[in-house]
Design a protein around this ligand. Structure first.
Ligand SMILES: [Zn+2]
Ligand SMILES: [Zn+2]
Length: 272
């Protein structure tokens, strides 16, 4: 199985996972991975939903770092374990997010959008009474708005993530339909020497296109993009490195021959 690094993994430190960190590590080792990075959620000012406790996506970063340091040492002869975080962007909390990232010794930071106008598209009521194609356009614009005010990240998380939850998503979505908005995001990422999280979750779970869609990944390469990380976005052991063999083929077909891991916020390139 290639690539041998999974750079988007969650544990019980995330509000939407209960999996022990050690179980994820053991699974990664059993799959032959050499590098993993935990990227537990920080989503400040996440709205109230009845099925979640308030502050579910606040991160107890001290406890998380302590636990990770323990296992990093315990497994140091078997696998490299990065200390990462997935920061949920909202423009009004960009300063708090930047201060948070700066004050902890992360190896890797994913910047993601999980909320649109303070609502989570995961919940079906988000989609009531709105046009999926218009909200997708708004989402891409909002992504760029966020990147303009939050700069301290390494890769943009699961670009086109909203498609995962859109009703009849693949009728509403194609790169060409949103090329202006998507190109603006890609050019911004490239200009700032950042990268993309190539996220296998929809491919693994539903056999639908990864995030971003291969047409978007190909466009990123055409525009000069170099940095990609492979991420399963697993919240359970079953998803670790999910569909990575197919992901590798897709990345190669889009023109990539390298992928990255990160150490101390610096990319390390590996052959695909
Ligand atoms: Zn995410
Ligand atoms: Zn994630």
């Amino acid at each position: 199985m290639f690539p041998k690094s999974d750079y988007h993994l969650h544990t019980h430190n995330s509000g939407d996972s209960t999996v022990p960190m050690e179980d994820m590590i053991e699974t990664a080792i059993s799959l032959g991975l050499t590098d993993i990075c935990f990227t537990d959620h920080l989503d400040l000012d996440y709205p109230h939903y009845d099925d979640l406790p308030d502050g579910a996506f606040d991160l107890d970063v001290e406890a998380y770092h302590k636990e990770l340091s323990f296992y990093r040492d315990k497994y140091k002869d078997k696998i490299n374990i990065g200390f990462g975080v997935e920061v949920g962007m909202q423009t009004h909390i960009a300063k708090e997010n930047a201060a948070f990232v700066k004050s902890h010794p992360f190896d890797f930071v994913i910047a993601s959008i999980h909320l649109i106008n303070r609502k989570d598209p995961y919940y079906p009521d988000f989609w009531e009474g709105i046009s999926p194609s218009e909200v997708l356009r708004d989402y891409f614009r909002l992504t760029l708005d966020n990147l303009l005010v939050f700069e301290d990240y390494d890769v943009l998380g699961h670009l086109d993530y909203l498609v995962r939850y859109a009703p009849d998503c693949f009728d509403a979505y194609s790169y060409s339909k949103y090329s202006d908005e998507i190109d603006a995001i890609l050019l911004h990422v490239i200009k700032n020497d950042k990268g993309l999280d190539f996220n296998s979750k929809p491919l693994f779970k539903n056999n639908t296109a990864p995030n971003p869609h291969p047409d978007v990944l190909r466009r990123y390469k055409e525009l000069g993009g170099k940095i990609i990380t492979f991420g399963s976005d697993a919240h359970k052991t079953a998803g670790v490195a999910g569909a990575f063999d197919q992901m590798r083929d897709i990345a190669i077909s889009c023109g990539f021959n390298e992928y990255c891991t990160f150490k101390n916020r610096t990319p390390i390139f590996h052959k695909l």
